[in-house]
Design a protein around this ligand. Structure first.
Ligand SMILES: Nc1ncnc2c1ncn2[C@@H]1O[C@H](COP(=O)(O)OP(=O)(O)OP(=O)(O)O)[C@@H](O)[C@H]1O
Ligand SMILES: [Mg+2]
Length: 333
């Protein structure tokens, strides 16, 4: 799974390179202009009032820039950035530890907030609303509660699974923004920036090809760029041109429409059912993938590309998908 070119999560060896490529401020952050404009306004207003920024919930597919935006908020606010994740805050006492280290107006970033244990979530509510936590010490007759005050801070939470958050939790965020996949023109700009940082000579036509096949995801665009740099290098060239891009992407198993082998298997599985909707579990079993992965990683792009439809009774391949598959689709099974 991890070695797959389209694996949406950051690969192990990718984390340090992503730090290098991460825009530090809004000026370097490409696209998502409505969200950026909103966040800039809220930041300016909060700073003018000398208050912390409202709590922010960022949702969207992996690799679209949630962590990047959270860091930018701290940078632009001139505040410290503290990072943790839902599964890392196992117990209320872990949360107390994190919250008591905060200084006024700091940003606390909790990634994968949907995996925060519900008992911790309840402790977080008063911290978010009134900057205090109430903890209970001892049991039985000695039981007492202690109030701890927390510096006025901003919680920036990120999730790829917005639907898993409870509505009381969601309603505690003043700012809620959903990141959408980037149009190719934005990915071209991101590739230009990344190739500058990495010192890769990327031809404009090659950037356009990579951008179309990166399915709207900056992480994938950057990943393809690094792989293409490798392909160029071993073939004795320092330049990623159209030929290197075309051949390299084909070697990664990504076709002209940005589909990889799993996408094609999903579509072929649906196409075999001749217009009958197919349940997610059936698709998952047929192609040997997790249901979650199909739903979160593969379907958004297939839907966006007009190749797959979700209906109440199941998934359908569109006529465009059947055309796209051609004869090669049938041969997958
Ligand atoms: N708008 C953007 N402009 C430039 N680079 C971007 C942008 N969005 C994301 N990136 C780059 O893409 C990579 C992935 O972004 P990031 O880690 O912020 O995604 P994420 O949404 O937090 O993903 P995950 O859900 O896996 O945590 C980073 O290297 C980042 O620099
Ligand atoms: Mg992230």
């Amino acid at each position: 799974m991890a070695s797959r070119p389209l694996s949406p999560a950051a690969l192990e060896d990718e984390k340090s390179i992503e730090r290098t490529l991460r825009p530090a401020g809004f000026d370097e952050f490409v696209g998502q202009s409505r969200i950026v404009a909103n966040l800039r306004t809220y930041l300016d207003a909060a700073r003018a009032r000398r208050e912390p920024l409202d709590h922010v919930l960022l949702t969207g597919m992996p690799g679209l820039g949630k962590t990047t935006l959270a860091r930018i908020l701290a940078h632009e606010m001139g505040s410290n950035f503290h990072e943790t994740s839902g599964p890392a805050v196992e117990k209320p006492k872990d949360l107390v530890g994190v919250l008591s280290s905060l200084e006024p107006h700091d940003i606390l970033f909790i990634d994968e907030i949907h995996r925060l244990p519900s008992v911790v979530e309840e402790y977080l509510y008063p911290a978010m609303e009134e900057y205090r936590i109430e903890i209970f010490i001892d049991k039985g007759p000695d039981a007492r509660s202690v109030q701890i005050t927390v510096a006025p801070f901003t919680l920036v939470a990120a999730t790829t699974r917005e639907g898993l958050l409870t509505s009381p939790f969601r309603s505690r965020f003043g700012v809620f923004e959903k990141l959408e996949p980037y149009p190719p023109a934005d990915l071209v700009k991101i590739l230009a920036r990344s190739s500058g940082i990495l010192g890769v000579d990327l031809a404009a036509e090659a950037a356009a090809i990579v951008a179309v096949r990166a399915r709207g995801v900056p992480r994938l665009a950057n990943r393809f760029l690094r792989r293409l740099r490798d392909f160029a290098q071993v073939s004795g060239s320092s330049r990623v041109d159209v030929k290197t891009a075309e051949e390299g992407l084909a070697r990664l198993g990504i076709d002209a429409q940005g589909l990889d082998a799993v996408d094609r298997k999903i579509l072929a599985c649906l196409a075999r059912h001749d217009g009958q909707p197919v349940g997610l579990s059936t698709v998952a079993a047929a192609i040997g993938e997790e249901e979650d992965t199909i739903e979160e990683v593969y379907e958004p792009f297939l839907i966006q590309s007009g190749l797959l439809e979700r209906t109440p009774r199941g998934r359908l391949a569109t006529s465009k998908a059947r055309e796209a598959l051609g004869d090669s689709g049938k041969s997958l099974f």
